[in-house]
Design a binder for this molecule. Structure first.
Ligand SMILES: Cc1ncc(COP(=O)(O)O)c(C=O)c1O
Length: 392
């Protein structure tokens, strides 16, 4: 099982359910490691808000990271107003009407195409304190699932490097690459080789390069020192300022979702209905798909067909009427009963930021828990108003 064994010491009866819980100890460990990588390699590390926008921990984040990466106007505003620090904003489709407000937050603005840059150039240039960059597709694939591969055929994300000449970057001071998703160091090293090979002809025309996110720097066995040496060598050789913008790595193993068993039944195999939903609260479980681990249970393959007469194998699903609202199938030592609380591990990123209230399903509360001291603070609870407020 991957994850954070600290959650074994969490008393879930102190929480509302469902509830996201962030372990401040693991979060701080992640941030410390990212800061060390940044400091020792001379690279700036930004938090990708799309993965993790929990501003209740903004002060902790600000202790270790110098800025934020946003993927649109609202994230740029949230980053600037709730977190602070540098703001690197990118938008796959920038709206003309959003430019002025965007420039009140962003110190780096990354355009997705030369068309957008040339159309908006006269409105953008000359703004004090703002630098512009272009998203470039390095033409290198590491991601197997096309849903998450920014460099897949027909990708709309960035300009293919082979179509760009250095002169095309006139007026721009940087390029932005993002080509990984949940990858270990080796994939990053291959990607950087490809970037040097396929984008090297652009380096003389720019001052900085953002190498994106998708790298699991805070995974338990990650070779941080190898990454540091590689980044340092790249920076010294090219003379470029380098940025990384991890999202997952900030929240990795720091978050969990606590959820209560609402009902038990059986149909072919054993079933439980939880008060947390895959489709509402962890949509990547269905989209990717993947199965989150449950503390104390064995995670079985998603297509496991639980057989009758195997009470220890239970398929957990959400409280919505979507037939496919299935979180996963697990083997329990003691099968969970109505009222029991389970801890779904590693649901601190791409969860709160993606949650919906489909079916009128309540949103999980948010709690900050420090596994070093057992201090617990419930920082947010949602109500009917949050459901109604998005409708009219
Ligand atoms: C442009 C860009 N930067 C950074 C990230 C963060 O990636 P991760 O959360 O996998 O580190 C993403 C994720 O999709 C992205 O699209």
């Amino acid at each position: 099982m991957t994850g954070n064994s600290n959650f074994a010491h969490l008393d879930t009866s102190r929480l509302p359910s469902p509830c996201h819980v962030l372990d401040l100890a693991r979060l701080e460990d992640n941030l410390k490691l990212l800061k060390r990588v940044g400091d020792e390699s001379g690279v700036e590390i930004l938090l990708a808000l799309k993965a993790f926008s929990c501003f209740a921990v903004a002060d902790l984040v600000a202790k270790y990271l110098s800025g934020m990466a946003a993927s649109g106007l609202y994230e740029a505003r949230l980053g600037k107003t709730r977190f602070g620090g540098a703001m690197h904003a990118y938008a796959p489709g920038l709206k003309e009407g959003e430019i002025d407000e965007m420039l009140t937050y962003a110190d780096h603005l990354i355009l997705n195409s030369l068309g957008q840059w040339l159309r908006f150039r006269s409105r953008l240039e000359g703004r004090a304190g703002v630098e512009y960059g272009l998203r470039v597709n390095p033409g290198h694939n590491e991601v197997e699932n096309p849903l998450y591969d920014p460099c897949a055929p027909w990708s709309r994300l960035g300009v293919p490097a082979k179509e760009l000449r250095a002169e095309d970057l006139d007026g721009l001071s940087g390029i932005h690459i993002h080509a990984l998703c949940d990858h270990p160091y080796d994939a990053f090293a291959r990607m950087l080789d490809a970037v040097e090979k396929n984008c090297g002809h652009l380096f003389g025309a720019i001052d900085w390069i953002n190498l994106g996110g998708g790298l699991l720097i805070t995974e338990d066995d990650f070779p941080a020192d190898q990454l540091i040496s590689r980044l340092k060598a790249f920076r010294e050789r090219t003379g470029l300022e380098v940025y990384l913008e991890p999202g997952t790595a900030i929240g990795l193993h720091a978050g969990a979702l606590v959820s209560e068993v609402l009902d038990r039944s059986s149909n072919v195999g054993e079933l439980a209905i939880m008060d947390a939903s895959a489709t509402c609260h962890m949509p990547d479980v269905i989209e990717a798909p993947f199965t989150p681990d449950v503390l104390g249970a064995e995670t079985l393959p998603r297509d496991t067909n639980a057989r009758e007469g195997e009470p220890s194998i239970v398929r957990l699903g959400g409280p919505t009427c979507l037939a496919g609202d299935i979180i996963g199938t697990y083997r329990f030592e003691t099968p969970p009963q109505v009222g029991d609380r389970l801890i779904f591990l590693d649901l601190g990123y791409y969860t709160m930021v993606k949650a919906t209230t489909f079916n009128g399903t309540p949103l999980p509360a948010l709690a900050l828990w420090d596994s070093r001291t057992d201090a617990l603070e419930i920082v947010k609870e949602f109500s009917y108003a949050d459901f109604e407020g998005r409708l009219s």
